[in-house]
Every structure is written in C-alpha cells, then in structure tokens.
Design a binder for this molecule. Structure first.
Ligand code: FMN
Length: 224
C-alpha cells in the first residue's frame, strides 16, 4: 500500500484496522512527565511523543494531544520533570495514564513515591533509575487541530539530572540495566535489555575521504 496521509482518516485509504502511523515510528521513548499546578497539585503522566532534541544544551520535547493537565500545569509554572519508565515500573506507568480528576495525585494512585527535585518544584519518581529536571523553553502549537484538541509541543531545557548510582558502571550509564520501556503502535511496547542492546563503532574514513570502514568488536573508545 502507498497512500497520501491527507486521505487517511476520512476514507481509511490504507485499508488497515487502525492508523498505522505510530506503529511505524517505533520504538519511541516514554517521557514520564511530572508537573505541579499553580496551587501545588502534583501530576504524573506518560508521553511517548517524547525525545531528546539536543545535548548541548541538553533539551527534550514532549507533545500533548489536546490540552491535558501536564500541559496546563507547565503553562502555569514553566517546569516539569521526566523520569525513566523502566520495565519494573510498567504497571505504575500505565496506570498513571488514567484520566483521573485534576486533583488526584497519580503518585498516590499508583503507589509511587515522590522524590524532591534539585532545581524545580515538580518531584521525580523515586523508584525510577534516572530523571531529568526541566524548565520550559517554548511551547509550539502544531497546525491542524485547534482549541482543546490542539497538538502542543513542549520544549524544555534539562537543568538538572538524577542518576541512580546502581546503573553507573565504569564511568558510563548502563542504559540496558535500566530496562527502559518504549512505545510502539496500538497497545504494544518494547524494552531495552542487556540481551537486545549492542555496540557499534562509528565508521572511520580514509585520508582521501573516498572509503570508510568500521572497526569490529567492542567500543574503540572514541565518542564521535
Ligand atoms: C505509554 C503511553 C504514552 C502516551 N503518550 C502520549 C503522548 O505522547 N501524548 C499525549 O497527549 N498522551 C499520551 N498518552 C496518554 C496520556 O498519558 C493520558 O492522556 C494522561 O491522562 C494525560 O495525563 P495528564 O492530563 O495528567 O497530563 C500516553 C499514554 C501512555 C500509556
């Protein structure tokens, strides 16, 4: 099949049961976003329209499909944290996506613990192996839907980072040891594990820059 996306929803031109878009952009990391409202109510929810967009300066984005509590709190306070959603926390992560009332704290709902942040007001998930503390740089409303159905992207500067020492090995973060969850399409998930993670050196070009080769084996130690 090969179809123009403008026709996708109206006529289901792809002929599939559901829109395949998110099943193709996979796996997507999950940003487990915690915010506080102007009057101090704490919120926690997962977002898979989430990613790092820069490392110098460190910045992340997430995107809200409609005007949800996380977005409203961020517009009011300009801050959020993002905890790593690990396999050990999968049920709590899923439960925290429930559309409960604004004044229900999802930490209480899920049995998770709030840990204080270093520089921002929203807490992080204490059980999570790592978390980012963020200050909003800009929110961008994407074209298309408007009002309550708007798709709004939040960009944040990462101003502090928490890492559990247990996932640091030989001066490096052992990402696979955290077993971070990722979202695929539909209700499907994936997980990074030591068994599925692998190392690949970057290609080295020859002097004339006409050919390139990759050193096999473990990391050559050069961080390109
Ligand atoms: C794994 C996962 C990923 C999700 N990703 C998004 C997302 O990227 N954008 C979004 O608007 N909602 C997403 N949701 C749904 C929100 O988590 C859900 O609407 C939640 O109630 C929003 O909470 P809030 O109103 O407290 O912000 C996701 C849910 C799950 C379980």
């Amino acid at each position: 099949m090969h179809y123009a996306t403008a026709e996708r929803r109206e006529h289901l031109k792809h002929g599939l049961t559901h829109d395949p878009f998110k099943a193709l952009i996979a796996p997507r990391p999950i940003g487990w976003i915690s915010t506080t409202s102007a009057d101090g109510l704490v919120n926690l929810a997962p977002y898979s329209f989430f990613n790092a967009v820069s490392d110098i300066p460190p910045m992340v984005m997430f995107s809200s499909t409609g005007r949800k509590d996380s977005l409203r709190n961020i517009e009011a306070t300009g801050e959020f944290t993002c905890s790593i959603a690990s396999l050990a926390l999968v049920d709590a992560m899923n439960l925290s996506s429930a559309t409960v009332a604004h004044d229900v704290n999802e930490y209480g709902l899920t049995g998770l613990t709030m840990a204080p942040s270093l520089l921002v007001t929203p807490p992080r998930v204490a059980e999570s192996p790592a978390a980012l503390e963020c200050r909003v740089w800009q929110t961008v409303t994407l074209p298309g839907n408007e009002g309550d159905r708007a798709q709004v992207v939040v960009f944040g500067h990462v101003v502090a980072i928490y890492i559990d020492e247990a996932v640091v090995k030989d001066g490096l973060v052992d990402t696979a040891a955290m077993r971070p969850l990722a979202r695929m399409g539909y209700m499907d998930y994936a997980v990074v594990t030591p068994e599925t993670a692998f190392t690949l050196n970057r290609p080295q070009v020859d002097e004339g820059r006409r050919t390139a080769s990759v050193k096999p084996g473990p990391w050559d130690g050069v961080y390109r």
